[in-house]
Structures are given as C-alpha cells and as structure tokens.
Write a protein that binds this ligand. Structure first.
Ligand code: ASP
Ligand code: MG
Length: 311
C-alpha cells in the first residue's frame, strides 16, 4: 500500500487535478490512499470568511459586511463548481452538484451561526475543514468519472484528536486502530486483499465527541504520514510544486540546490527552521515505522525528488 499526498497547488484547478489523477493512474501498484489538501488558496479564503462573518458589526454597517461575506462564500463555491463543471461531464454531474450543494449548505449554516459572535478556534476549525472535505469528495468523484473504482473517506472518522482546536494532538493509538481497521475491512493488499484506491482529505480530524479539529496549517503532510504508519505503507509520497527539499530558499539564494536524500532528523530540523516543503510533524510517524518519505513535484514528475529515510 502506498500513500500519495497532493498539496494545494497540485489540486488548485481542473487542469492540475487531471495531472494528479494521471500520476496516480500511472503507478505500478494500484493500492493507494490519496490524501489531498484543499484547492490552493481555499483555506485562506475560509479563514477570511469566518473572520468576516464573526466580526462584530462595525461602522460600515451590517449590510456591507453581509454583502462581502456573501461574495466570498459564493466565490468559494464557484471555484469548486468550476472543477466539477470541467471534469464531470457524464450524467453523474447533477448528482455530484447536488451532493456538493448540500455541503455548501452546511458551511452556510455554520457561517450563519457564528455571525456577529467572537470567533472561537472550534468554529474556525469547522469552517476550515470544508476546504479538504470539498476537495477530497470532488477528486474521488472525478476519479470514478474516469472509470476507476475509488472510495471517498471522511478523515474525521478515522483520525481522532484531543480538543486543542487549530493544532490538535492526535490520539495515535486510537487513530492507528481506526485507520488499519478501515483499510483492512476494504481489503487493501497490505491486508492480503486486492487493489484499492481511496481519497481522503488531509489536515482534518475529529475529537472523540465528533467535533471537527485541524492539525495546524500545512498539516495534510502529517495526515499522510499517520495513515502510512498505521497501514505500514511501503512509501509516503508528498507531491508538491517544487522538486524537493533545497539547501536554502531558492528565492533568496541563487546557489540553492536540491537535496536528493536526507535523514528524518535533518528533514524535521529544516522544516522546523522554516522549510515550507514539508510539515515538521510529518517525519515522526514515518520514522517510527521506518517508512520512506519521498517528496515529488507534480509539475515535474520525472525529477527524482528528495528521499527522507533512515540515512
Ligand atoms: N489546507 C490546509 C492549509 O492550507 C492544510 C494543508 O494544505 O496541508 O493549511
Ligand atoms: Mg504544505
């Protein structure tokens, strides 16, 4: 079984999502869990939306605030509708649009409930979670549209955390149990079964009471590593928009070069020091199970990338 995580820029629009699916379908093994981020920029938009809705009414008046909030909400929906419109052309389109508008309705309801109140971290998590909920649902539908069986997994059912909203601590034992139970029941080859393809959102989880939590910004990488460790994956691939970890920020240092391989410890150190390519929490679960993490570029898949392992 292998885990392939695709970040926001990799799934930013219909064209990129097609690239992602091409990459997945080209793999030699078909037993894959795909972890996706929100469409690029959507999480920031959702944060803005939550702040806008909760802001106490200012001198500009309730009406203007509501208009701004409505416009932003609609633009978020439009970006997702556009992807569906471009990538689902079969008779299933209406069904998918209906499903997705139910989810928009849920988001709208949450926005209504936080309106005018102080924004709690819990409400912000509930709003932000829609980025990954929408992207993972849409991508699973698009893969099926291509005639490939694929299942949508709600990450909140299999990743459990405490209630430290915004930066929740994962209950590793419980989550690994739920993750491995889930995938073994579906017969992934890691469990002696057949090929299996599924899509889940990164970043999002839930408390034992079912409240939605998030794993801190950029946390989808961590989700991929958790799932990989729980199912003893052969590899956790982090697909992004650069070739891999570099010796320095290439925008600031012209002589920065790609690092072809690096230890878990050094990679974690670099992530903590600000390397944006991988979330610092990603290394630990993979390291404990000795699973290779491979950073790859969706827009240059031939590049070898960076291999993070027990070097
Ligand atoms: N969508 C979330 C963020 O923008 C999580 C992620 O992409 O890893 O932070
Ligand atoms: Mg990232």
């Amino acid at each position: 079984m292998k885990i392939m995580k695709f970040g926001g820029s990799s799934v930013a629009n219909a064209e990129n999502i097609n690239k992602v699916i091409d990459i997945v379908l080209e793999q030699k093994i078909n037993d894959i869990v795909i972890v996706v981020s929100a469409l690029g920029g959507i999480t920031d938009n959702l944060v803005m939306l939550a702040n806008l809705a909760s802001k106490p009414v200012c001198a500009c008046g309730e009406k203007k605030k509501n208009e701004e909030s409505k416009k932003l909400f609609e633009s978020i929906c439009e970006r997702h509708d556009k992807v569906i419109g471009e990538l689902i052309v079969s008779e299933k389109k209406m069904k998918v649009l209906k499903e997705i508008s139910k989810k928009y309705g849920e988001l709208e309801e949450i926005i209504k409930n936080i309106s005018g109140k102080e924004l709690s971290k819990q409400s912000l998590d509930a709003v932000m979670s829609f980025g990954e909920l929408l992207s993972s649902f849409i991508i699973s539908e698009v893969i099926r549209e291509r005639g490939v069986p694929c299942e949508f997994v709600d990450s909140r059912d299999i990743i459990k955390t405490d209630n430290n909203f915004g930066n929740a601590e994962v209950d590793i034992k419980k989550s690994y149990q739920l993750i491995s139970e889930y995938f073994s029941a579906r017969g992934g080859s890691a469990f002696g079964g057949k090929n299996y393809l599924s899509v889940m959102g990164g970043f999002i989880a839930s408390t034992k009471n079912g409240e939605t939590t998030t794993l801190s910004r950029g946390g989808s990488d961590y989700t991929a590593s958790l799932v990989g460790a729980a199912v003893d994956a052969s590899v956790v691939e982090i697909w992004t928009d650069v070739d891999g970890l570099m010796t320095a920020d290439p925008r600031k240092f012209k002589d920065a070069v790609l690092i072809p391989e690096i230890s878990y410890e050094k990679a974690e150190e670099m992530a903590l020091a600000g390397a944006k390519v991988i979330h610092p929490r990603t290394m630990k679960p993979a390291k404990l199970k000795n699973i290779i993490i491979l950073i790859k570029n969706t827009f240059n898949p031939q590049a070898l990338g960076t291999k993070i392992y027990n070097k």
